[in-house]
Design a protein around this ligand. Structure first.
Ligand code: NAD
Length: 474
């Protein structure tokens, strides 16, 4: 899709790949194999909507099979096209590699605008799409595992599981692992819905606690007190905003949505704003905020951190010069085009790349898949054991010191971990560890001058190593 810039989304991803590949010495064939999409399935199927028969255009792309299953969300949007799905599938490969999730990359897309369909019609389309995937073996716990993306959520994932399990006629014991992002009562996992937004927060916290990076950007240490502007208040944007505000003391000063952009330099209460939009169907008129005349002007607002969390190509060569933020946090996939990136790099703006920053979703999807294969919730075996051990330990401390802790403190100190505690802890560990991996490449290799290239180099090293050790079919 051409959009203001000369390169399509997929061409942007390929260009970023080439930039990073120039720093690597693997045989050309290995890099070529990684770069291209392994399998592209374009489908059209009829669905009866009301009295009409509609022919729906849809895709599933598997970018890399170096690890299986492949993994990637399903997008429902009228913008969906093959180029977009290929770009998103490729990003999934690099994203999984960055956060050490042992999957290849994939992505799905259905070219519909969900707002224009009833729930019944959406269910029919989702189920029919799933059947098409089953027919071609493009879904299954060991080969390809979808998840939510733009325009889909846990409801659609539950329909996918039900369709898959029905077709397998109860014969596949791990059927629940055919899709992630399911509702918790349908084999989902606590903490998946918030995971991408929470990961964005952990990633931002990491860079703000990085002395070298803060010095380079001329910013104060720590995330507390930083100002933030968010585009897109869907799954990712809402959680990123509210968790950053509640756990990081960030001030969200503007939010842009489809109906317009609101701004309040004193800060918007994200939790109240989310409720307000649910009730009123708009963010306009919230609290003391003022609506901007031009929705797109969120790009140029004065702030520390700009968070595009809607769609790709939102910061392009036409508006990149307006950016005043020091950090652009890519919560969405591909929100900054490569031509815009050249402009931002020249301005000294730091882009925290999508393949790292929004990897929280796939990380917790991985935990959900593991839970489905083990058929047991996390924490079930050890929670009480740990609680009893901590209790005994505390009793001994009290006995030895002759002092006792309050009942409230005792409850807090001896608490064993629930599933959601373990998921959050695993996600935080992943985001910290992955940050350290690519930031070291950035800091050590002086010829790598931006974080995206460093992240790409980190990811490509891992995928190339896999291909090298797998060997190539003779
Ligand atoms: P979503 O559908 O829940 O929310 C997207 C929001 O963006 C919607 O509220 C929509 O109205 C808004 N929007 C669309 N166009 C806009 C515009 N021009 N201006 C302002 N607002 C606009 O989608 P999501 O799941 O939050 O995904 C958002 C982005 O994050 C996508 O790029 C997606 O690929 C990426 N992502 C999502 C996940 C996930 O777990 N859901 C994981 C990784 C990456």
């Amino acid at each position: 899709m051409k959009k203001k810039d000369n390169l399509s989304f997929y061409e942007n991803v390929q260009r970023n790949f080439d930039k990073a590949a120039a720093h690597l010495t693997y045989p050309k064939g290995i890099l070529e194999q990684i770069k291209e999409c392994n399998a592209v399935y374009q489908m059209r199927f009829p669905v009866k909507v009301g009295n009409k028969i509609e022919v729906i255009e849809a895709y599933r792309v598997q970018h890399s099979h170096h690890r299986l299953p492949t993994k990637g969300g399903i997008r429902f949007s009228h913008h969906v096209n093959q180029d977009e799905v290929m770009a998103l599938a490729a990003l999934m490969t690099y994203k999984c590699a960055i956060v050490d999730v042992p999957f290849g990359g994939a992505k799905g897309g259905v070219k519909i605008s969900p707002r224009e369909y009833s729930v019944e019609a959406l269910e029919k389309i989702t189920r029919r799409y799933t059947v098409e995937l089953i027919r071609k073996n493009f879904i299954g716990p060991s080969n390809d595992v979808p998840a939510p993306d733009y325009g889909t959520g846990e409801r659609e994932m539950a329909w996918i599981l039900d369709t898959y399990a029905t077709f397998k006629n109860g014969s596949e014991i791990d059927a629940a692992g055919c899709v992630t992002g399911k509702p918790v009562n349908q084999s989902g996992i606590q903490g998946r819905t918030e995971a991408t937004g929470r990961g964005v927060f952990y990633g931002l916290k990491e860079i703000c606690d990085d002395k070298d990076m803060m010095k380079e950007l001329g910013m104060d240490m720590g995330i507390a007190g930083k100002t933030m502007v968010i585009q897109g208040m869907g799954n990712v944007g809402s959680y990123a905003g509210s968790i950053s505000q509640n756990e990081g003391d960030v001030k969200v000063i503007a939010v842009s949505e489809i109906e317009g952009t609101i701004h309040d330099p004193n800060g918007l209460d994200m939790d109240k704003l989310i409720k307000y939009r649910k009730k009123n169907g708009t963010i306009i008129g919230f609290g003391k905020s003022k609506a901007l005349k031009v929705r797109e002007d969120w790009v140029g607002l004065e702030c520390d951190i700009l968070v595009p969390a809607a769609l790709e190509s939102q910061i392009h060569k036409g508006n990149a010069k307006q950016v005043k933020a020091k950090i652009v946090a890519e919560a969405a996939n591909g929100p900054v085009t490569s031509e815009a990136e050249d402009i931002l790099n020249k301005k000294g703006v730091c882009i925290l790349p999508d393949m790292y920053l929004n990897a929280g979703g796939v990380t917790v999807s991985y935990f959900e898949w593991l839970k489905n294969l083990s058929h047991m919730r996390f924490g079930r075996m050890e929670k009480r054991f740990n609680q009893n051990t901590y209790n005994k330990l505390l009793n001994s401390v009290e006995e030895l010191t002759g002092k006792s802790v309050s009942a409230r403190d005792r409850a807090m100190l001896i608490k064993g971990a629930d599933e959601v505690d373990l998921v959050r802890s695993g996600l935080e560990e992943t985001m910290i560890n992955s940050y350290q991996q690519f930031i070291q490449i950035y800091k050590r290799r002086k010829n790598i001058t931006d974080l995206r290239t460093a992240a790409f180099v980190c990811a490509l090293n891992k995928v190339a190593n896999d291909y090298t050790t797998l060997g190539v079919f003779p």
